[in-house]
Design a protein around this ligand. Structure first.
Ligand code: FAD
Length: 566
């Protein structure tokens, strides 16, 4: 069903078993699992899918090695398993990531770690070599537990000499380095949308709408507003899942509950264009703690470098922006690890901030707040609502599948249904049938090229972007006259048209910031906006005024939220 079909079906029949509010990864994960189990479910997202906390992550599929220190063993075990599943189920977008910890001290943290574990110490500090060694052994032990097979290699230690040979600009003050493996989610926003489209394809009674907000309600009816037209719609759910991330308490307030589940912390990132830094790190992430125990990461992302992140308590998620202080802090941290590399503000091509939907906590330090997830149930006894509301508090991108499974089990029990299928080894989007060997990929590309007439080089790019969805896109490209956009030579018009038609794109920025990585790579230009706006106008029927409004909207989002002024 397209958007207008979904909206008219809602007008005709407002009854639905489950309403999911929020199209971040936790809402989408739950939507997918419910759809798979045959439930009629409606998901509404007030902006674009995956535009809240889920678009602000550090791109890591990780177990969270440092949570071991807080004693969160269950969380680490679950997240490591989920990291492995993501690498297996979405191999086109989630890849193993060798991660280097530069170590500056031998013994630090040895006494702190047990003290922290027993909650006797709040003071953060940089970890020494021995503590890191123990942590990595535990981390590897969890990784080894996956069906008796290792998805990523075990950790190793490199001497100072070897480390400085391998990464020449590394700070000579290091004692040694540790190398262990996690995963990188190259394009979280695409992965989320692919999971959502899978759900709709699986079950015609699973419907998802972006740019539709839940604005209030009472008794058995909630009110939705289509943000594109300002039209309102009634919906009558049997169960509501509040997956509004850092906006969970705001959303509960609209439902008449005054909850205080969330104590969000802001995290910011910079995207850097610096060839020397990019070549120096190669395919390795550098992950380390500064002297006060805060985590910093320098991560390879295509031809750019991602640097993050901060952890600062905030009240209003809408106001989260990357500040000058954060920028100075990040640049200073890179200088500490690679003192010889000259990095300035001119190398920043994009920046972003988001709020982690962490549980409200009395912890003295943001880093100590649990990253675990929970389901908080509110029932109609508190208001005049006739259905329960499950609020999805906390969680990590990495473990969204496990969290969604727990929510779905609870929802199925409430609806008196039983689970028919699970998502443990269910591929996501273009990860379905993705070749495991380069030779197999080469063969697939060759036969697809012969069949569609699209060149092997273009197909290679399409496979990197979309995994095996490349096949449907290449077939579509072959179905009419295609052209290369002047300002975007590695795309084609029909490729973009495919995304507009099939991936619920409604605004120009949906494509630039979430269905592609063009914004994050800092590739958007004024000329590109003008050219794409015309292409979108043809596909979506925009008039001149709408074209102007879309360009203005994108310029303002880029400047306000991402520090990009065109
Ligand atoms: C800085 C940062 C770094 C992180 N790094 C990592 C990492 O490297 N690895 C990892 O595993 N995790 C990471 N995380 C955690 C992870 O990104 C989040 O836990 C996860 O994305 C939360 O997803 P969510 O769906 O709960 O929330 P969100 O993605 O915020 O989704 C909630 C959605 O609800 C919508 N909404 C709100 N109110 C309404 C309403 N009334 N009607 C309709 N829609 C509404 C919002 O627009 C939003 O899109 C990071 C998070 C941050 C902020």
């Amino acid at each position: 069903m397209d958007r207008s079909d979904i909206l008219s079906s809602l007008k005709e029949n407002p009854n639905v078993s489950v309403l999911v509010i929020g199209g971040g990864i936790n809402g989408i994960g739950t939507f997918r699992d419910l759809a798979l189990n045959g439930v009629d479910v409606l998901l509404v997202e007030q902006a674009d899918f995956c535009s809240g906390a889920s678009s602000a992550s550090s791109h890591m599929a990780h177990g969270g090695i440092r949570y071991l220190e807080n004693g969160e063993f269950r969380l680490v075990r679950e997240a490591v398993q989920e990291r492995n599943r993501l690498i297996q189920n979405a191999p086109h977008l989630v890849k193993p990531l060798p991660t280097v910890i530069p170590i500056f001290k031998r013994m630090s943290g040895l006494l702190n770690a047990p003290a922290k574990f027993f909650k006797l110490l709040d003071k953060p500090s940089e970890r020494g070599s021995l503590v890191i060694r123990i942590g990595l052994m535990m981390y590897d032990a969890y990784t080894g537990a996956q069906d008796g097979r290792r998805v990523v290699p075990e950790h190793s230690f490199l001497s100072r000499k070897k480390s400085l040979e391998k990464w020449r600009p590394l700070n000579p003050d290091i004692i040694n380095t540790a190398v262990y493996y996690d995963g990188v989610i190259l394009q979280p926003e695409r992965l989320a949308v692919e999971a959502l489209l899978d759900a709709e394809a699986e079950n015609p009674r699973a419907r998802a709408l972006n740019y539709v907000s839940m604005i209030g309600g009472s008794e058995d009816t909630l009110l939705l507003r289509d943000e594109m037209t300002d039209t309102t719609y009634d919906v009558r759910p049997r169960l509501v899942i509040n997956a509004a991330g850092p906006w969970i308490d705001f959303t509960n307030r609209k439902l008449g509950f005054s909850s205080g589940f969330i104590g969000g912390t802001k995290g910011s990132h910079l995207v850097i264009h610096h060839d020397e830094l990019r070549q120096t790190i190669g395919d390795h992430e550098f992950f380390f703690e500064n002297e006060d125990g805060r985590i910093v990461l320098i991560l390879p992302l295509y031809d750019r470098v991602l640097i993050g992140t901060s952890d600062i308590p905030v009240d209003n998620p809408d106001e989260a922006r990357c500040t000058d202080d954060e920028i100075e802090y990040f640049l200073g941290m890179v200088r500490r690890v690679f003192p010889g590399i000259q990095l300035t503000r001119d190398n920043i091509v994009y920046q972003y901030s988001g709020v982690r939907p962490l549980p409200r906590s009395n912890a003295k330090r943001a880093g100590q707040i649990s990253r675990d997830h929970s389901i908080e149930v509110l029932s109609g006894d508190w208001t005049n609502l006739r259905f329960p509301v499950f609020s999805l508090v906390g969680g990590k991108w990495t473990s969204f599948r496990a969290f969604s499974e727990q929510v779905t089990d609870k929802a199925l029990a409430y609806l008196d249904l039983s689970r028919k299928k699970d998502t443990k080894s269910l591929p996501i989007g273009g990860g379905r049938g993705y070749p495991s060997e380069p030779e197999e990929l080469r063969r697939q590309i060759e036969s697809l090229s012969a069949w569609t007439g699209v060149s092997g080089e273009r197909l290679n790019t399409l496979f990197q972007r979309y995994g095996t969805r490349a096949e449907a896109i290449a077939t579509f490209m072959n179905g009419g006259t295609d052209q290369i956009p002047r300002t975007l030579p590695d795309y084609s018009r029909r490729e973009i048209n495919f995304l507009i038609q099939r991936e619920k794109i409604l605004h120009l920025d949906d494509f630039l910031l979430r269905r592609s990585i063009l914004g994050m790579q800092g590739r958007v230009t004024r000329e590109m906006l003008d050219e794409l706006a015309l292409l979108f106008a043809n596909a979506l029927g925009w008039n001149r005024e709408q074209i102007r409004a879309e360009v203005t909207r994108t310029l303002s989002i880029l400047a306000d939220r991402h520090g990009v002024r065109l």
